[in-house]
Design a protein around this ligand. Sequence first.
Ligand code: THU
Length: 134
Amino acid sequence: MTDEDLIAAARQAAENSYSPYSNFAVGSALRFADGSVVTGTNIENASYGLALCAETVAVSKAMADGVRGGLEAVAVTGPGDAPITPCGRCRQVLNELAQLGGTDPLILCVGPDETRRVKLSELLPDAFGPASLD
Ligand code: THU
């Protein structure tokens, strides 16, 4: 599973976006150390503030299946004209899973012309995570 494959998986996931209120379809794909991939897309709600982001949905799917680490890379796709970066809440949600496995995943922020590659620790420096509660 190359980075391009991961981006393709995120784009595919966005096909299932339920975003009738924003019309902003986001896709995400998580790649794990064992080669497995878990995808997510944003799920909105008539009560607008209850929207679930694509990255949060993907992390929730993985953790609900028992995954607790090994997060190596995350691709995020959106319809905008610039690379899409995870929102603040999603950065925190991604950090929980990453810290559990002691990884600092590469975040592929996909845009129409370029993909921005950043580490999660760059997007969320000095993160509060599981170890902070020790
Ligand atoms: N959204 C995501 O899915 N991920 C992000 O990181 C940013 C925003 C979604 C939430 C909402 O459904 C739509 O994009 C517009 O904000």
